[in-house]
Design a protein around this ligand. Structure first.
Ligand code: NDP
Length: 482
């Protein structure tokens, strides 16, 4: 059976505990590889290696760091098919999705920051006669990066690429649910010419490895993507050390459809924003609010499309949805469907596990599920389910839908469908979300600030925001005598 290894100081090695965690492929329910069960001791060794590598790496000209990161992106591109297959096997997502979205985006993340660092600049603020301020931005040292299982390599690289480009060394932990592609990436870093200790990947459980990174006194900044509850734990662990934190957390995003929208476009995109990646994207629009005059028409057209979706083997090109990432998460989603029924919700599509025949008969599959008749403030409409489950709710006015949309603790993204331009601007200004899409969904320009408000997070990723996060600012004020 394949053994995933930690990558520390340029070497692939087992955990110090010598123990292993079983890695299950969610489409088959079978153990297919082993993950090192690392702990704080492995993190300590990784931090020491990263500290040792830091002076040389941060001292390299940006162009040299850029060259190495571009080489990493090229090596991933050369292995696109095997990375996509590994992502699908590990996470359950359709392989076509991993091949068209996840792995190309991981390549783009390296390329984007490898070139972005060449354009990163600081400011100068001249004062009155002969006084000049300028800002120095220096890498912080050892950066901690912790990522989740839903978009494994995509989100892992979205952190480590800017951290490395800015000149930091990194101690990173992918989710133990989907560690394979992070391992594959680490295995090609030496070939790309990355010096030992610059990137260290420590695998294992969140409450051991993740917690050790969050609490480590010599890791001054942590970039985390994951659930809000875990984000709060990291916040608490980091607080006594005043660490710099970037927290990208959960969401319960509204998808608001006005009667004057481009109906077909809103409909087809809403199918994607509801069920792409089995609904396991933090940006999925899980609460669909529809203006009353088109409620019934939208509902019946939406259900017609949902009923044509196929949940099946992730290896098959015609599977719209693959497996849920883990048994634990599968059970959580089913428990929310049961809760929706208890709360008076009517299941109008799906609502059941799917039995896929053949090699996937023990896998964790759930039908795309649509629920209506629920009040906006019930638990089903307030808590993050993070699966192929959406609710439909009618509304009569902008005020009413804003009240519904803004009623959760989350504030990650929101989508608005309308052909009325003033209304689009009004809604964008008043929605509590860090990312607003008008008449589109998931269009991403990597230069834009990305992140959420309220319990959806702290700070912004993307573009120069991430390079600023991964550097310390220092103002230098010079009085020129003479
Ligand atoms: P978790 O919060 O459970 O885990 C995220 C990462 O943190 C994993 O690597 C996990 O390790 C680790 N971890 C767990 N406990 C701790 C701890 N005490 N200290 C430090 N690290 C820890 O999230 P999920 O993996 O379940 O991911 C789903 C969540 O991520 C959803 O809420 C989703 O909305 C959110 N998300 C947010 C995004 C955004 O951009 N805002 C994007 C994508 C997802 P392990 O898995 O090994 O336990």
């Amino acid at each position: 059976m394949e053994k995933i290894k930690n990558y520390i100081n340029g070497n692939l090695r087992d955990s110090l505990s010598g123990k292993w965690i079983e890695n299950i492929s969610p489409a088959t329910g079978e153990v297919y590889s082993l993950i090192p069960d690392s702990d704080g001791r492995d993190v300590e060794v990784a931090v020491t290696a990263a500290e040792k590598a830091f002076p040389a790496w941060s001292g390299l000209p940006a162009a040299k760091r850029s060259e190495i990161l571009i080489r990493i992106s090229e090596l991933i591109r050369e292995r696109l098919d095997s990375f996509a297959l590994a992502e699908s096997t590990d996470n359950g997502k359709p392989v076509w999705l991993a091949k068209s979205i996840d792995i190309p985006r991981a390549i783009a993340n390296f390329h984007f920051y490898a070139t972005g660092i060449l354009h990163f600049h600081s400011e100068a603020h001249p004062m009155e006669d002969k006084i000049l301020n300028y800002t120095l931005r220096s890498p912080a040292g050892v950066a901690g990066c912790i990522s989740p299982w839903n978009l494994p390599l995509y989100l892992f690289t979205w952190k480590i690429a800017p951290a490395l480009a800015a000149g930091n060394c990194v101690v990173a932990k992918p989710s133990e649910v989907s560690p394979m592609t992070a391992f594959m990436l680490s295995a090609l870093c030496n070939e790309a010419g990355l010096p030992p200790g610059v990137l260290n990947v420590v695998h294992g459980y969140g409450n051991k490895v993740g917690a050790a990174i969050a609490a480590h006194p010599r890791i001054p900044l942590v970039s985390f993507t994951g659930g809000t509850k875990t984000g709060a734990e990291i916040y608490a662990a980091a607080a006594p050390m005043f660490k710099k934190l970037s927290l990208e957390l959960g969401g319960k995003n509204p998808n608001i459809i006005f009667a004057d929208c481009d109906f077909e476009h809103a409909l087809s995109t809403s199918i994607k924003s509801s069920f792409s990646n089995q609904g396991e994207i933090c940006l999925c629009g899980s609460r669909i609010f529809i203006e009353r005059p088109i409620y019934e028409k939208f509902k019946s057209s939406f259900l017609e499309k949902v009923k044509k979706m196929k949940t099946g083997d992730p290896l098959h090109d015609d599977s719209s949805l693959g497996a849920i990432a883990s048994k634990q998460h599968y059970e959580k989603i089913l428990s929310y469907i049961a809760l929706a029924k208890e709360e008076g919700g009517k299941i109008i599509a799906g609502g059941n596990p799917v039995m896929v025949q053949g090699r996937c008969e023990k896998g964790y599959f759930i039908e795309p599920t649509v629920i209506e008749n629920l009040p906006y403030n019930c638990r089903t409409n307030q808590e993050e389910i993070f699966g192929p489950v959406v609710t439909l709710t009618p509304f009569d006015s902008e005020e009413e839908v804003l009240k519904y949309a803004n009623s959760t603790v989350y504030g990650l993204s929101a989508t608005v469908w309308t052909e009325n331009l003033p209304r689009a601007h009004r809604m964008a200004a008043r929605l509590h979300a860090g990312i607003i899409w008008i008449n589109c969904w998931l269009l991403r320009d990597l230069r834009t600030p990305f992140g959420g408000m309220k319990h959806s997070g702290l700070g912004r990723e993307g573009g120069f925001e991430a390079l600023r996060f991964f550097t310390e600012e220092k103002n230098v004020c010079i009085k020129i005598n003479g």
